[in-house]
Design a binder for this molecule. Structure first.
Ligand SMILES: [Zn+2]
Length: 274
């Protein structure tokens, strides 16, 4: 599933190719998705220009010139491409948005949990109301050790679930939460309430470092994720613990174990994480 670094890279790539482009036509091939796609046909999009693409958490907003935007979320398996519409439609491509440079924004999703819908943008650069409940962005100053410590007080449940809670901090999913807690030396099963301020500081620092590095490398490309141009991200090669159950810890040599937390598998090192 795309997490923040993947969404950031898709957003940057879309910003480059969509900004200034005018929509000439919209085609919808699959009306039945988690979020129905037919409204895209009725929204009167042709004639409007894209003014920029921005990311919030794992969402992207491709802003239009009339205080509206296209709100996107890639769910488990969403892929977007901007390419020649004459390339034959792939089986799970659901929408083509044709552009004035002769290319098309093509939206593919095998499991139909992605979102592509028209949203209102209250003013240029503002976020649509659909995103109002989201927590802080992890790469901004709002995400600090103090803030994370405060969020952990009175909180039931483990630290991994807190780190993956989008109402607290956005965009950190299973991959980056697993890597962050390993780097910070904190056991993912720890009750959030038992965290010490210095541990929260380490978690925040490591999360930022890992997310920045993953953005730099184009994301992780695990399973279905590809960048807009079809290339794969390189961060998967730097994952130290995610998906490595049964292997030796790269730091202490102990065998990496796995537990299920919040329905997700979580690898951890019993030697390095407390
Ligand atoms: Zn270890």
């Amino acid at each position: 599933m795309p997490e923040l670094p993947e969404a950031e890279n898709i957003g940057r790539a879309l910003n480059r190719v969509l900004t200034g482009r005018r929509i000439t036509a919209v085609e919808v091939f699959t009306p039945a998705m988690r979020e129905p796609l037919l409204p895209l046909l009725e929204a009167g999009l042709p004639g409007h220009c894209f003014t920029g693409v921005r990311r919030r958490g794992r969402y992207l907003v491709a802003e239009l010139d009339d205080r509206r935007g296209l709100l996107m979320h890639f769910g488990m398996s969403g892929v977007v491409r901007v390419e020649d519409p004459a390339i034959p439609k792939r089986k799970h491509e659901h929408v083509f948005i044709h552009l004035d440079d002769g290319r098309a924004f093509r939206f593919e999703c095998t499991r139909r949990f992605s979102i592509l819908k028209v949203c209102r943008v209250p003013e240029p650069g503002a976020w649509p109301e659909e995103l109002a409940a989201l927590g802080v962005e992890p790469l901004t100053a709002a995400f600090s050790g103090e803030m994370f410590f405060a969020a952990s007080r009175g909180r039931r449940g483990c630290v991994k679930n807190l780190l993956m809670d989008n109402r607290v901090v956005v965009g950190i999913g299973n991959i980056y939460a697993t890597e962050t807690l390993f780097a910070a030396g904190v056991d993912p099963r720890r009750e959030a309430e038992t965290l010490l301020p210095e541990e929260c500081g380490r978690i925040v620092r490591e999360a930022r470092r890992i997310l920045r590095r993953a953005i730099e490398l184009g994301g992780s490309s695990i399973s279905d994720f590809l960048n807009v141009d079809g290339t794969e991200g390189k961060f998967a090669q730097e994952l130290r613990i995610y998906g490595r159950r049964g292997e030796r810890c790269p730091v202490c040599g102990k065998t990496i174990e796995m537990v299920r937390l919040g329905g997700r598998s979580s690898c951890y090192c019993p030697g390095c994480q407390r």
